[in-house]
Ligand binder design. Structure first.
Ligand code: PLP
Length: 475
């Protein structure tokens, strides 16, 4: 809680921010309360902003001083304003949690779609102690990755329908590092990189950090616009294409076998290497799915994978699967970044991939339960949000009843919920009607997060039947 003002807003500017606050058919003081509450909750009036004196603001608004005083009294009671003789009145965020709310120093994090480690990870950490002695006797630098892990990852690809040998696998520090390496090896400043839109935000950042230019091809409501991809390949001359076709982040969409064949044919014809991010590929939540094989050529296909979502992101282990020649090129590019991935973490994943199915099945079951709970909670508490229930992946891509995703994300912070608004998933911003809601938190935390979101959404989005009266923000 801010105990003294740290900035000031002049009366004319506050009047402009308040805009058309005076709602017809509603007491003026309650309309002023709602309008100012919204400014504080969505971050346009940051905590610690000193407000003009009541008399000055009343004159600027053309209302009585009593009306302003009444509204300020109500906002003080909510914890959104504080006053002290001599220091005036300033904005604040309410600090007292209600008894049933979890502690606010641990925000409910819906900005990251990343589950906690499976218990199998801790067991694997214990199990690899015995294997460590042999590694400790060596120098520990393996720029391609440990042979054991490369072999086991290759075996998993083969089992999934894409015959692979160990020399076609490069171990990396997560899928994100894998993409950075591919960009380093395949693109230069000013090159274009075709991407889905929406897409994984850190991929957009990695492309920008490589001084390349992302060229977005918007997804259709139910899948990939392959005509759009063909046109972008023709018109933009990209150096690389980066797509997430398995339980796409954020939409959860899956490109079917026919679509995969068409996509690779298009990229091969345009001679554009295709980077397929398979980070979510193992997270197929269907009971009896027709599992699709990983994307394969014609043409150059570079597959990026990760143990981050299936097992645990904290291990920071990912990989690239590509022709041995491409793998050599990436290992050479790696020297500018790092000199290999941590050995103990690789041993842990190698242990888990000796028999990968049980742990992955456990993760799928956990995520399926959480997805179903989130679907139920959103239908109950946010009935005007639209979404498709995805067959896999880590989140729901929700269509909000209005363009307020960023405002909702700002307001959600005040109730201890972190969100990544739709604009984060877009190359040029926008997507304000969209919000990704991951189902990676445990069930009670997910239910609590939705309850809090529904309260702030009714204020920020002004959903029918609610003007936010009765909102009790908790952080
Ligand atoms: C599509 C996609 N690619 C890459 C990553 C990053 O994976 P890692 O933690 O292995 O770097 C994520 C994480 O959410 C992702 O969703």
């Amino acid at each position: 809680m801010v105990s003294a003002p740290t900035g000031r807003i002049a009366a004319p500017r506050l009047v402009r921010l308040l805009g058309a606050w005076h709602a017809a058919g509603r007491p003026a003081s309650s309309a002023l309360v709602s309008a100012l509450r919204l400014l504080v909750l969505d971050g346009r009036l940051p905590p610690g902003t000193a407000l003009p004196a009541e008399r000055e603001l009343a004159a600027a608004l053309g209302v009585s001083r009593t009306l302003v005083a009444t509204a300020w009294e109500a906002l003080r009671a909510e914890g959104l304003l504080r006053s002290r003789r001599g220091a005036g009145t300033w904005t604040a965020l309410p600090g007292r949690p209600r008894p049933q709310d979890p502690p606010q120093d641990q925000p409910l994090d819906l900005a990251r779609a990343a589950p906690a480690a499976l218990p199998a990870v801790a067991h694997a950490v214990d199990a690899v102690r015995g294997d460590l002695a042999a590694e400790l006797a060596g120098h520990g630098y393996h720029e391609y990755g440990l042979d054991l892990l490369r072999e086991r990852l290759a075996a998993r690809y083969t089992a999934r329908g894409l015959p692979t040998t160990a020399d076609e696998v490069l171990v990396t520090n997560g899928a994100h590092h894998a993409l950075a390496l591919v960009l380093r090896a395949f693109t230069g400043p000013g090159d274009r990189v075709l991407v889905d839109q929406p897409t994984y935000p850190n991929a957009i950042d990695a492309i920008a950090a490589a001084h390349a230019i992302p060229v977005p091809v918007p997804l259709l409501e139910d899948g990939w616009d392959l005509d759009g991809v063909a046109a972008a390949l023709r018109q933009s001359g990209p150096r690389l294409a980066y797509l997430v076709v398995d339980f796409h982040n954020p939409t959860g969409l899956l490109l079917d076998a026919g679509g995969r064949a068409d996509l690779t044919a298009l990229a091969a014809r345009a001679r554009v290497p295709l980077v397929v991010d398979e980070t979510l590929a193992e997270l197929d939540l269907r009971a009896a799915p027709p599992r699709l094989a990983p994307v394969r050529g014609p043409g150059t296909v570079i597959t990026i994978g990760s143990a981050g979502k299936s097992h645990w992101g904290g291990l920071r282990i990912g990989w690239v699967r590509a022709d041995a020649e491409v793998v050599r090129r990436l290992a050479a590019a790696r020297h500018a970044f790092d000199l290999g991935s941590p050995v103990v973490e690789q041993l842990v994943i190698a242990h888990l991939y000796a028999d990968p199915e049980p742990a992955i099945a456990e993760r799928r079951a956990e995520l399926a339960e959480r997805r179903d709970l989130l679907v139920g909670e959103l239908r109950a508490h946010c009935p005007d949000w639209g979404f498709r229930v995805p067959d896999g992946g880590l989140g729901l891509w929700c269509e909000l009843p209005g363009p307020f995703s960023s405002r909702l994300a700002a307001a959600a912070r005040t109730v201890g919920v972190r969100l990544a608004p739709g604009a984060r998933f877009s190359v040029h911003g926008g997507l304000e009607r969209w919000l990704r809601v991951p189902f990676t938190l445990p069930e009670p935390a997910l239910a609590e997060a939705v309850r809090r979101l529904s309260r702030v959404a009714s204020v920020v989005g002004g959903s029918p039947g609610s003007d936010g009266e009765g909102l009790v923000p908790v952080a």
